[in-house]
Design a protein around this ligand. Structure first.
Ligand SMILES: Nc1ncnc2c1ncn2[C@@H]1O[C@H](COP(=O)(O)OP(=O)(O)OP(=O)(O)O)[C@@H](O)[C@H]1O
Ligand SMILES: [Mg+2]
Length: 568
């Protein structure tokens, strides 16, 4: 599990990379000091070689400079590589929690958070590998260069301080002006993906009813909004970049002119003005580069914030105790269930008690809350009030993977995952064996059906189970629910796509599961499903109105025809 000791967070990911960041700081220090080679070399050439006309001096200076440049090159490569490593470490620490967050419906009252945690992680990693962090690591060295310029002549120092202030104001403007558009762009990108994903899953419907044009326009509109927002911040960045670049060049020439004045007044040497110009460029380059990268920096920062919020919202894995798999009872007391977004309860007042080998039918009209109850029983939706206990322990007391092995769930809309039929039945578990998969298929009476598929158990089903028929999908979904002989099996309208053979197979599957000691919950519309259950829960309008032995409930309903009609 990802969430073992302490919740993984951006902070823990950062502390995992602390040493690497120290390395970056040290390399930046060495690099910035060695960078002085360029102005010193120029000064020496102008003031020493050109005046003495000494070739050996020039050769010695050149060799020395070449050596230092080689060292600088190595440092630059090292800095970039360390940053890539930081990105990788960051990713290693956070990718699993981000994937878990992708798979988890976030709890009540969520604000912010990320619609796509992995995309946010990509954004952070990409920024780590870009020139942005190097520019930021160089920013603290600006005063060093300005100090040296000041030593050459205070006027140089003052001129460059003025230049730095103006360039930093540009960076500050980028920060202020790009923050909101960057946030909007991320939201619009998420909207566009959501629309596009939904349409990919429903291409048949879209094609059949001539919705292509209309739906394409919806996606196009979302796409346009996103690109316009990107264009707007791109334009701003381009303007700031242009100004910063030209301003720096102009300031460099200004320093030359200032130097020339000082030379004319015999206050400094020709070599110094060249060196001053180079130092000016070096002092201002990080700000110019940072301005250019600020948009990506903001995007990465916002991604980090969303990811942090998402990870903070992740329910902690509270279960510490190793519980043995449940095998005796299911008891529901005063249960109310809200959807994961924390809205008001959809179904309330459910209390029922069942023992191994029993089966309960859940009946009620459309929209009354049957599926909602089913989702809570399997732990997919949170309990808003009351309790659901297996062998006396609440569902939250189990580690979710361990509990999952004791639960079988066939949702109302069966979706299989891209992969083979065998992998789907075996729940993609690495410990799934052929024997267990075939056993589940036989229990669900779907073994022969699977053998008749083109590649048997190895038949690949597309995303959503695309290549199979509705009935085939439902029956393979039943085998997946029965895989590993789970104790609690919840089947949500399991016969909605089945023919007579399929229903017979389903009935015998439910009976075998009961004989093996399972508790089976069958959510049903069609009356013939009621033959396989011995208890009934009646739900009306979001509340349980009856629970008890099947025949007693049915005869009570017969004496109240109104209720019977409403419960279907
Ligand atoms: N994710 C959700 N968020 C908020 N409300 C929901 C959500 N899913 C369903 N509902 C609402 O909860 C109510 C009960 O839905 P549920 O799916 O449990 O009904 P049902 O009894 O299974 O109906 P059916 O027989 O049609 O399957 C409905 O009014 C529905 O609009
Ligand atoms: Mg339903």
């Amino acid at each position: 599990m990802a969430t073992t000791k302490g919740k993984p967070s951006i902070r823990s990911a950062l502390s995992a990379t602390k040493e690497a960041f120290t390395g970056i700081a040290i390399l930046s220090a060495v690099s910035n000091v060695l960078m002085l080679v360029s102005p010193i070399f120029m000064m020496q050439v102008y003031d020493r070689v050109l005046t003495s006309h000494s070739i050996p001096t020039l050769a010695a200076l050149s060799m020395l400079a070449a050596g230092i440049y080689a060292a600088l090159g190595i440092i630059e490569i090292l800095r970039s590589k360390i940053l890539l490593q930081i990105g990788r470490r960051f990713d290693e620490t956070l990718s699993q929690p981000a994937i878990m967050a992708t798979l988890t419906a976030l709890p009540a009252g969520r604000e912010g958070g990320s619609p796509a945690p992995l995309r946010d992680l990509d954004q952070i990693r990409q920024f780590m590998g870009s020139p942005g962090p190097i520019a930021i690591a160089d920013l603290p060295w600006i005063p060093f260069f300005i100090g040296l310029l000041y030593l050459f002549h205070p006027l140089f120092g003052l001129a460059v301080i003025g230049g730095a202030v103006i360039l930093l104001s540009l960076t500050f403007c980028s920060e202020i002006l790009l923050r909101a558009p960057s946030k909007r762009a991320a939201q619009m990108l998420a909207n566009r993906w959501e629309l596009a994903d939904a349409s990919r899953r429903n291409t048949d419907t879209i094609k059949a009813m001539g919705m292509q044009g209309a739906y394409a326009k919806r996606i196009q509109d979302a796409h346009d909004l996103y690109t316009q927002e990107g264009l707007r911040s791109g334009n701003l960045t381009a303007t700031f970049n242009g100004i910063a670049k030209i301003f720096r060049l102009a300031l460099q020439s200004g320093i030359l002119a200032l130097g020339a004045l000082l030379v004319i007044d015999q206050l400094t040497s020709a070599g110094v003005i060249i060196a001053a110009s180079v130092l000016t460029a070096k002092a201002l380059a990080p700000i110019e580069m940072a301005t250019g990268q600020w948009r990506n920096f903001i995007a990465a920062r916002q991604s980090a914030k969303r990811l942090r919020e998402t990870l903070d919202l992740m329910p902690p894995e509270t279960a510490e105790m190793q519980l043995s798999a449940p095998c005796r009872s299911l008891s529901i007391a005063g249960l109310a269930v809200s959807p994961p977004n924390g809205d008001a309860p959809i179904v309330q007042n459910v209390s029922a008690s069942l023992f191994a080998g029993q089966a309960v039918g859940v009946i009620g009209p459309s929209g009354s809350g049957k599926s909602t109850l089913g989702r809570a029983l399997v732990g997919a939706w949170p309990v808003a009030k009351g309790t659901i206990r297996l062998d006396g322990a609440e569902l939250t007391q189990w580690k979710s993977d361990e509990l999952g092995a004791s639960i079988g769930y066939l949702p109302q809309t069966v979706e299989l995952f891209a992969g083979s039929v065998a992998e789907n039945i075996g729940r993609f578990s690495i410990s799934a064996t052929s024997e267990k998969i075939v056993e589940a298929a036989r229990l669900a009476n779907v073994h022969d059906l699977i053998l008749s598929l083109p590649n048997g158990y190895d038949t690949q089903v597309g995303a959503g189970g695309g290549t199979l028929s509705g009935g085939q999908r439902q029956r393979i979904g039943l085998a997946r629910a029965l895989y590993g002989n789970p104790f609690l099996v919840v089947l949500d309208e399991p016969n909605s796509n089945l023919d007579a053979d399929g229903e017979e197979a389903l009935t015998s599957a439910i009976n075998s599961a009961r004989q093996k000691g399972a508790i089976v919950v069958v959510i049903a519309h069609r009356a013939n499903m009621l033959k396989v259950v011995d208890h009934l829960i009646v739900i009306n309008n979001g509340a349980m109105t009856a629970f008890g032995p099947r025949d007693a409930i049915l005869s009570a309903l017969k004496t109240k025809p109104d209720e019977a009609r409403r419960t279907g």
